[in-house]
Design a binder for this molecule. Structure first.
Ligand code: CU
Ligand code: ZN
Length: 173
């Protein structure tokens, strides 16, 4: 009886392994680590969904309120203030703006809004990027930054969202 159950489970296991093999379906992840003097941390998942990428973020340790949130050009969090991640990911050379309307960097995302406990979560669809597609638009290996202040979606080229409080590199899971 036991043996039979094990055998019956095998095809399912093989199927799951096959699914896990197709990288973009299961998504990629950036683990956000605090910059110097910050306590912000979290995880950001990116999953290809047709022409768009769905981002799901969970961050803690923030000051209550709104925080600029972007994909940055370089997956390099080595500097204590994370300036090593460069500017916003902007392969199409557009001005900074709101991701839902008008011109914007493809790395511009909606703001994270932290509650009184400093926790924020966000789900959004991003156009103009891919997970491992065309190298010019792929977000694999790029950086994710959470900022100290709100993004005004106007000031060039940063949205005036202040210091970088958390940084992560987008990588396969
Ligand atoms: Cu940023
Ligand atoms: Zn931007």
């Amino acid at each position: 009886m036991k043996m039979r159950n094990v055998l019956a489970a095998l095809p399912l296991a093989a199927m799951l392994a096959a699914c896990a093999g197709s990288g973009s379906d299961r998504g990629v992840e950036a683990v956000l680590k605090p910059t110097q003097g910050s306590s912000a941390q979290g995880t950001v998942l990116f999953r290809q969904d047709g022409d768009a990428v769905v981002v799901t973020a969970k961050v803690t340790g923030l000051a209550p309120g709104a925080h600029g949130f972007h994909i940055h050009e370089k997956g390099d969090c080595s500097a204590p203030d994370a300036t090593s991640a460069g500017g916003h990911f902007n392969p199409s050379a557009k001005p900074h703006g709101h991701p839902d309307h008008g011109d914007h960097h493809v790395g511009d995302m909606p703001m994270l809004v932290a509650d009184a406990s400093g926790a924020a979560s966000l789900t959004a669809r991003l156009a103009g990027v891919s997970v491992g597609g065309d190298p010019a638009s792929s977000i694999l290996g790029r950086g994710v930054i959470v900022h100290a202040a709100a993004d005004d979606f106007k000031t060039q080229p940063t949205g005036n969202s202040g210091a970088r409080v958390a940084c992560g590199v987008i990588a396969g899971r």
